[in-house]
Design a protein around this ligand. Structure first.
Ligand code: N01
Length: 537
């Protein structure tokens, strides 16, 4: 491959126009780099561009879920404590105006190939329509849910109604009044959809394989000038994120569950419950995710709360079983608003697909081992090839033409959850082996984005052109990821955290569970140590 002309050359090509991508575009331009941002969507927002299904909303509170730049938050007010997806798209539009992003962005551009040119230390990247880019750095900000998952049921193409994955929800809202609607899947998406669609469809059927141990969201609508907290407290909140396990302003209680008396423990649980948000998950006793007895105690409290909200004893047992179905909080926690009450409505049915699995999709609907259900709409909320799928679908080839799919065929290997040995000048954020989806999008975007910008500045200062994670550093990072994961209860539960939601995918901990403080200090240590954990040329 030949070097490129001055005109075509980019210091960095950024892929993905969500929180990560727009942050890097801003920071790198400020530091004088020639940068281009591309996205397969037709506007900013990343996951919020795609997630426009009824009820889609974030499950982190603001101001946790926004950038820490005072130039933004001083002029932005939210309508709700947990904003909906339209409000998040409005926020991106506001950020675009403030940071002047659009002039360096190309939309409707899916990256289908990226090949590293070892001779010139450049990435040659191909986008849809054959467009070529040549960049020193390839910065992947494709998020953890860029690749949809639809199970391979036969007959999907025969269905006469509408069969849709929720992240392709049409911009023109379909009218579901008087319609028979199914949702398959009870992850965060399925729960949010069920709450909404059960209110409009004439018949609504939810297909559940595993109960979602969802927590009350406790949404708040802000009135007048009201916001989640006074703006003068924002800087402290942003500063403190790095001190909390999940990157929030709250942290685990520094006590174990059974150190408290049953009365005191109940009082504590009630307080956490009342607060809503992720408090019953990430602000609870420090041993809840690590010790079986502690975990069961939390489940029993949850179960008692939920069971009394469901009238039908049969449904109660499917939704909140007497026997704990899996580790509490070991699948990604979802936040609900009236989810359990919908099962008391006459137009709502719940199908337990563990006891009556889906056999096929038919012309008229869904056939389970028990019966054929008829629908006008089937919404397939079966999730994503999460965390790694988005990265692996881009045709990335590193040194000696090695495909990333080949490098990761027996398991994911990264350094700091951001770089891969054999793939120089390539960084990604919000991917595997980082605190992804534990620590939220904007927080990771800033911490990981600052690291990338710091690394690029370091290279520029030394006049170097190639940076690559060392294989030994990568190996040790993998060990650390596994050490933290296996000290917790999470690996015992099937979930996308472990890659088990995709048939054939390697079962492995995909998320760094050392917590944000440990992760943050690893990034700091690497930068302060002049990136000695990377080969530099
Ligand atoms: O996907 P999921 P999601 N037959 O993988 C079921 C974030 N998010 O889109 O649990 C029948 O969680 C599957 O069943 P099981 C958030 O981080 C955030 O809901 O594997 N069912 C499960 O119930 C979240 O965790 C927000 O047994 C099948 C469901 O489909 C992540 O995105 C909103 C099946 C998939 O759940 C992904 O959430 C939305 C089959 N063959 C998403 N295959 C907020 O901010 C799968 N399922 C609130």
């Amino acid at each position: 491959m030949s070097p490129t002309s001055e005109n075509d050359y980019l210091d960095a090509l950024i892929v993905g126009a969500g929180f990560g991508g727009v942050y890097q575009l801003k920071k790198l331009r400020e530091d004088g780099y020639k940068v281009r941002l591309v996205d397969s969507a037709s506007d900013f927002g990343g996951v919020w561009y795609w997630n426009r299904y009824p009820g889609a909303r974030v499950d982190s509170t603001v101001p946790h879920y926004e950038f820490s730049d005072p130039g933004l938050w001083k002029d932005w007010s939210w309508k709700q404590r947990f904003p909906g997806s339209q409000e998040l798209r409005d926020y991106f539009s506001f950020v675009d105006d403030k940071w002047d992003l659009r002039r360096d962005t190309e939309f409707n551009m899916f990256i289908s190939q990226a090949v590293f040119d070892e001779q010139n230390n450049l990435w040659h990247v191909t986008g849809s329509s054959g467009k070529k880019f040549v960049a020193r750095y390839l910065l992947l900000n494709t998020g953890f849910s860029a690749k949809r998952h639809i199970p391979g049921w036969k007959g999907i193409d025969k269905f006469k109604g509408t069969f849709i994955h929720p992240s392709y929800w049409p911009k023109q809202e379909p009218d579901l009044r008087g319609k028979k609607v199914a949702v398959i899947g009870t992850g965060s998406t399925g729960v949010q959809l069920a709450q909404e669609l059960s209110q409009t469809a004439s018949e609504f059927v939810l297909f559940q394989r595993t109960p979602n141990l969802a927590l009350p969201m406790k949404q708040v609508d802000f009135r007048g000038k009201e916001q989640a907290m006074p703006r003068e407290e924002y800087p402290d909140l942003f500063e403190n994120r790095r001190n909390s396990f999940g990157g929030f302003s709250f942290n685990f209680i520094p006590r174990s569950t059974f150190e408290d008396s049953p009365e005191k423990r109940n009082e504590t649980y009630e307080e956490l419950w009342k607060h809503g948000d992720f408090h019953f998950w990430l602000a609870t006793y420090q041993d809840m995710l690590f010790t079986k007895d502690a975990n069961k105690e939390a489940y029993d409290f949850w179960k008692a709360k939920v069971r009394r909200r469901v009238q039908d004893p049969r449904l109660r047992e499917i939704l909140a079983p007497e026997t704990q179905p899996h580790g509490f909080g070991c699948k990604r926690i979802s936040l609900e608003n009236g989810y359990y009450e919908i099962f008391n409505q006459p137009n709502v049915s719940l199908v337990d697909v563990k006891s009556t699995p889906v056999v096929e999709v038919t012309e008229r609907g869904i056939k389970t081992t028990e019966k054929e259900w008829e629908f006008d709409y089937v919404v397939c909320a079966t999730g994503f090839d999460a965390v790694t799928g988005g990265l692996l679908q881009m045709g990335i080839q590193g040194k000696a033409g090695q495909p990333l799919t080949d490098k990761w065929k027996d398991g994911t290997k990264t350094y700091l959850g951001m770089a891969v040995s054999g793939f120089p000048n390539m960084f990604f954020i919000y991917g595997p082996q980082a605190p992804t989806a534990l620590c939220n999008g904007p927080t990771c975007a800033e911490y990981q984005g600052n690291f990338i910008v710091g690394a690029m500045n370091h290279m520029k200062k030394l006049g170097l052109q190639r940076i690559e994670a060392r294989a030994d550093a990568e190996h040790l990072w993998g060990e650390d990821v596994r050490k933290f994961a296996y000290s917790s209860l999470l690996p015992e539960t099937d979930s996308w955290y472990m890659g088990t939601n995709i048939p054939g995918k390697v079962r492995e901990p995909l998320i760094y569970l050392g917590g944000v403080p440990n992760y943050y200090s690893s990034l700091e240590k690497s930068l302060k140590g002049s990136l000695a954990d990377f080969h530099q040329e």
